[in-house]
Write a protein that binds this ligand. Structure first.
Ligand SMILES: Cc1ncc(COP(=O)(O)O)c(C=O)c1O
Length: 427
């Protein structure tokens, strides 16, 4: 393994340090020891840094790119970003913003016309009026996880998060000093929240509950009836804040509607909604997200924005207005294409016999069970990439409950998905 790790601290065993290697395959414990020891001894960095984890999907992308640059034929079903370009009307709006001279800082919470456009969008989708003052624009949706953890986390607090779930939840909770309490999402529950199980995890120390619907990595989607039951439970605990990560709210199949938690007034005074442009509008690299915050805490979140990044990217914000207010035709086509791919991958994976795959209801992930191979998801993913040229992410990257699973992102063409499934059939 190369030694060029730079100044990034090592991470826990479930994730990998951000190097260009697939380090979940080989852990260099002696190297870790010397790096940790060296940091503490020489630079006295904060101990909390060692709580930070990372996203294995990024190191797999780096490894897949490296193999590709060496001339290997790799099908990449690893990274969670749409494979379509940003719609052209949005590109034009960004060009105009550059020409029009929007080159300076903006308000830290985002420009008013954009927050108004978000408010209008929320009203059109959910018939709920949200004051633009309660909306925060950030560089992507991720900072909302960080800020929520910083605001509600502390040494004597507990934060409940989905497992399997987006790895940044646990990382940020641990960094905040709070105890991460995993809420296991089980295959037999279609990876939906089991309400009784959630209730059993709530304690006097619980300060925040994180919910993600549709879910990354499982692709599960909780419909209105389940959300209604969830809200009934949350109503019983008025001192607990809720972070509802709804970043995949527009990528839902079978013409179902998004049951946003925003629709429930009874919990709105302690509800944070994480949303954004990254997935719906194929704008992952533009770094633009929106969130809704209760009046009581938005000032803290905004202060974190000023301290962290001053303001979101100005050009992206003007592009974001066009995304919300302009034609939705391209987005509709993209979502239809995701649905076509979902049907294909779900059917093809289940045909393999040894793999069982639950039917995704949203997002662009399939999360098959590979336990019949008598190997862990990590081993399976490693063989898939190194011997068969298919980049996928082991379930363990998303929590301790998913060792028997792997995540396939179907943000790739049907031809490539077909090629990938064929190659996996050779394992
Ligand atoms: C569930 C979930 N939440 C939040 C994010 C962060 O999105 P962004 O790229 O806008 O920061 C992602 C990105 O993969 C995600 O999957």
């Amino acid at each position: 393994m190369g030694r060029t790790r730079g100044f990034e601290p090592p991470t826990s065993g479930t994730t990998s340090p951000r190097s260009n290697q697939l380090s979940y395959v080989r852990h260099d414990f002696i190297g870790y020891f010397f790096i940790i020891f060296g940091y503490i001894k020489i630079m006295q960095v904060s101990k909390r840094l060692f709580e930070l984890e990372t996203e294995t999907a990024f190191s797999i992308l780096a490894k897949a790119n490296m193999l590709q640059s060496e001339g290997k034929d790799i099908v990449n079903l690893g990274i969670g970003q749409p494979d379509f370009p940003t719609p052209s009307n949005i590109l034009e709006a960004a060009k105009k913003a550059i020409i029009d001279g929007h080159h300076g800082y903006t308000p830290s919470n985002g420009i008013l016309p954009l927050r108004e456009a978000v408010s209008e969008n929320i009203y059109n989708n959910y018939q709920v009026s949200i004051n633009p003052d309660n909306i925060l624009i950030t560089p992507g949706g991720k900072p909302v996880i960080f800020f929520s953890a910083l605001i509600f986390g502390d040494e004597n607090k507990e934060i409940i998060y989905p497992d399997p779930g987006f790895p940044i939840y646990r990382s940020m909770i641990k960094y905040s000093g709070a105890k991460p309490v995993p809420l296991n999402l089980d295959e037999e529950d279609n990876f939906e929240i089991n309400i009784d199980k959630l209730e059993s995890l709530i304690s006097k120390k619980t300060s925040l509950i994180i919910i993600n619907n549709p879910n990354n990595p499982t692709g599960s989607f909780m419909k209105e009836d389940k959300i209604f039951k969830l809200v009934s439970l949350l109503e019983k605990y008025p001192n607990i804040a809720i972070l509802s990560d709804e970043i995949y709210s527009k990528i839902i199949f079978e013409n179902l509607e998004m049951p946003s938690l925003l629709k429930y007034e009874s919990i709105r005074n302690r509800l944070i909604i994480l949303e954004g442009w990254s997935k719906t509008y194929c704008m992952t690299g533009w770094r633009l997200g929106w969130s809704v915050w209760p009046k009581k805490i938005i000032d803290y979140a905004n202060k974190l924005c000023v301290n962290d990044h001053s303001c979101p990217n100005s050009i992206s914000q003007y592009a974001g207005i066009e995304a919300l207010k302009g034609s939705q035709e391209e987005v509709k086509k993209i979502i239809d294409e995701f649905e076509r791919r979902k049907d294909f991958i779900y059917k093809e994976l289940n045909k393999l016999g040894k793999i069982t795959c639950f039917k995704p209801g949203g997002a662009f992930y399939a999360f098959p069970n590979i336990s019949k191979f008598n190997m862990s998801g990590e081993e399976f993913s490693s063989i898939a990439l190194n011997e068969h040229g298919v980049a996928i992410v082991p379930g363990s990257s998303f929590g301790d409950s998913a060792n028997d699973f792997v995540r396939l992102s179907y943000a790739n063409s049907i031809e490539n998905i077909e090629k990938a499934v064929y190659r996996l059939s050779k394992i």
